[in-house]
Design a binder for this molecule. Structure first.
Ligand code: ATP
Ligand code: MG
Length: 716
């Protein structure tokens, strides 16, 4: 009898309702994308409050992002009204951990007004510790140590818990010592990092039974979304809290586990039944989000993974359009094409808010940002900085600005000691004082200082050297293309070396961003033109609000949905990423495939996948081949088109020729030189006769080609 069903449950299907109404005991909702897991979890929350099983303050509800928490609060608010205001324990693991830690800070050796430090502070702190202990930070980078400490914290390990292997991971057996030093230092500063938020609380629970019991009593119900991406410390924390009452409901999808690189363990969801015997397992199979073609394409793709539970998904939605796969010539064409498609959608009445572009890596946003600014299309970047705002891009631009205009003090101040040259705050003070006294710009003033005895000899030498470099770069700017200049500057200034020394995933991403910057510059003949372009792009930040196209990484798009979806860059080496291919293991490839599954399943009505035949990498035209994931999409649910001469058949041929994926290229184009490096995905080619407007690059790259190509095998 549906009339008796409260509003929050009215639209739910039978298994969803079961998950909502089974309030007592452990419940696991394990189901594919778009089946209404989050919707059911939200309804359950409303139900618990509406039926007075618990006060809002007696429910712990963990979401994956703050945005998801906000949305859940809004939705529940619609059903139960202002009571939702008093829901203090609805939020992300971080936000809930921070709140608990405030209440028990003293038990963790902190005061309740502790500060949370970010990655930058973390690195700076570690650097002082490393050099303070007489270690060479270049050899044992702070970033590497920071990565290790994060990993240990994600696994719930305190310094004392490290075994010999872990301890060896840094500076020949000094891991534990530095981890301990770091924790001690944080305590002195009354600070903690993100990893501490849960680890400290977990420690308090373990050492102060009465505190744990208080929370076990308080939380009558526990709800967790995206459970497949919980890491060990989150898992231990939840298990302690749920142990008394066992009213814990978790939802997730093993096929959407995409954070193992941050310590998430999909095993957590698989062993839920063992942790909570007698758990009710609810399976949802009806998908309400995507059209049948989209759903079939995603299901077909994920089928190629071996390590999965396997699920059936169906939908009652009308068939809709097939997933489109579009092959284009190069990156700029890809951005142009997506821009045109979105404009067409707009003419058909679609709102820009319902359009998203999901990329595999941050650097991919640049081409779209440039294009959208050109055509005046509003966009926003979620979960990351806009391309030109990222720290490494700003650093590189600062170098270029000082080259272009020696009086640009702001730019000079940004990079005079970046990478570290041993010029500290004292030196900067002297430079400022001298600049004020003489009326000279900072750079010029510092050059004069280098000739005086106001500064210690070492600093003088460093400054003279740097200014000498700038002089040379300025001359070089007269004769060299801007992109070339940038590469020289990054190499000679030590910036590249700094990133390389860091050896972290993050620094690799920053290096990728810089390559992308160089690529962007290749379209400009003079440094001045390029800097003007950037200034205009930055200005666009102040664009009015109103509807905007969303650009974000797939990782950040988890749990979200959009009517119209664009997935660019489906090429080997981009997606799956080169890193995943280099690691080579099945596990990393399967995680990439799950990421592809998450991507496609964000689409409600239309999904367009793109791949380009050429990408510019280090000034070279690199021919790329479509992602293996394109080939894995079931043909019945996909339409393929290409703007390339040679047509779709070429692409089919390309995808099927596993032995030598470039043979067709040799046939299709009279490519003069063709080489390939260790990974055949990274074949380089000097150019295509079919593209006369690229002649400039072709000749330029031909000159430096031999030098840059890695371990070549000529096949052309
Ligand atoms: P993901 O795995 O991507 O997180 P999910 O399983 O959490 O997906 P939801 O986001 O909860 O899925 O739901 C997907 C879409 O289906 C939403 O637009 C939601 O409003 C809708 N939906 C969920 N359940 C139902 C239902 N019973 N009837 C109609 N629409 C529903
Ligand atoms: Mg969800």
């Amino acid at each position: 009898d549906d009339s008796a069903v409260p509003a929050y449950a009215a639209t739910l299907n039978a298994p969803q309702r079961e998950a909502v109404l089974t309030t007592e005991g452990p419940v696991l909702m394990l189901a594919g994308a778009g089946t209404g897991k989050t919707a059911a979890l939200t309804a359950r929350l409303a139900h618990l409050v509406a039926t007075r099983r618990a006060w809002p303050s007696e429910i712990l509800c963990v979401t994956f992002t703050n945005k998801a928490a906000r949305e859940m609060r809004e939705r529940v608010g619609r059903h139960i009204g202002p009571a939702v205001e008093g829901m203090p324990w609805l939020g992300t693991f971080h936000s809930i951990g921070a709140k608990m830690l405030r209440r028990h800070a003293e038990l963790a050796g902190l005061q309740s007004n502790y500060t949370i430090i970010d990655t930058d502070d973390q690195i700076r702190l570690l650097k002082t510790l490393i050099t303070g202990e007489g270690l060479d930070e270049k050899r044992w980078p702070a970033r590497q140590l920071a990565g290790l400490i994060d990993r240990w914290k994600n696994r719930g390990l305190n310094p004392d818990d490290l075994d010999a292997v872990e301890n060896e991971a840094y500076a020949n057996g000094k891991g534990q010592r530095f981890y301990q030093l770091y924790q001690d230092r944080l305590k002195t500063l009354n600070a903690c990092d993100f990893g501490d938020l849960l680890l400290h609380v977990l420690n308090v629970f373990r050492t102060h039974r009465e505190v744990l019991e208080q929370y076990q009593q308080r939380f009558k119900y526990i709800l967790v979304d995206e459970y497949q991406d919980t890491n060990q410390v989150q898992y231990l924390w939840l298990r302690l809290l749920a142990q008394e009452r066992k009213n814990i409901c978790v939802v997730g999808d093993d096929d959407q586990s995409i954070y193992s690189w941050r310590g998430a363990e999909v095993a957590n969801i698989l062993k839920f039944e063992k942790d909570f015997p007698g758990a009710k397992i609810v399976k949802l199979e009806q998908n309400y989000r995507s059209t049948p073609h989209i759903l079939a394409a995603a299901s077909g793709l994920i089928n190629a993974n071996s390590e999965r539970l396997g699920k059936t998904l169906w939908t009652e939605l009308p068939a809709g359009e097939k997933v489109r796969v579009i092959g284009v010539w190069d990156g700029p064409e890809e951005a142009r094409r997506v821009g045109e498609e979105i404009q067409r959608l707009e003419r058909e009445g679609a709102g820009l808010d319902q359009v998203a572009i999901l990329v595999r890596a941050q650097y991919q946003t640049r081409e779209f940002e440039d294009r959208f600014i050109q055509i005046g299309m509003n966009y926003r970047i979620i979960g990351g900085f806009r391309f030109y705002e990222r720290a490494e891009i700003r650093d590189a631009l600062a170098y270029l600005r000082v080259i272009a205009s020696p009086a640009d003090d702001l730019a000079f101040e940004r990079i005079y000691n970046q990478p570290k040259r041993g010029l500290g705050a004292k030196t900067l003070e002297s430079m400022h004082r001298h600049a004020r006294a003489t009326g000279l710009p900072l750079a010029a003033a510092s050059l004069q200082l280098a000739d005086s005895d106001e500064l210690p000899a070492r600093a003088r030498g460093t400054i003279a050297n740097l200014m000498g470099q700038f002089l040379r770069w300025r001359e070089l700017a007269e004769t060299t293309a801007p992109a070339e200049l940038l590469r020289t500057v990054l190499a000679e200034s030590g910036y590249d070396a700094m990133l390389q020394a860091e050896k972290s995933a993050e620094s690799a991403g920053r290096a990728e961003n810089l390559s992308e910057l160089a690529r962007a510059m290749e379209e400009y003949d003079s440094l001045g033109d390029f800097l003007e372009h950037v200034a205009l792009v930055m200005d666009n930040d102040r664009a009015d609000d109103g509807e905007k196209v969303t650009i974000m990484t797939i990782h950040a798009a988890k749990g979200l949905e959009f009517d119209h979806l664009f997935l660019p860059g489906w090429e080997e080496g981009v997606f799956p990423s080169q890193r995943a291919l280099d690691e080579g293991g099945l596990a990393s490839l399967e995680e990439e495939r799950r990421l592809a599954y998450v991507a496609i399943t964000r689409a409600r009505r239309r999904c367009t996948i793109l791949h380009a035949a050429n990408r510019r990498i280090y000034g070279q035209w690199t021919s790329s081949i479509p992602s293996r994931f394109v080939g894995e999409l079931p043909a019945d649910h996909v339409t393929e088109e290409t703007t390339l001469t040679g047509g779709a058949s070429l692409w089919r041929a390309q995808m099927s020729e596993h032995e030598d994926p470039f043979a067709h290229l040799a046939r299709a184009q009279p490519a003069r030189t063709m080489t390939r490096g260790p990974g055949w995905q990274r074949a380089l080619t000097t150019g295509y006769d079919t593209a006369p407007h690229r002649v400039r690059e072709v000749t330029r790259s031909a000159a430096s080609f031999a030098a840059e190509a890695r371990s070549d095998i000529a096949v052309g």
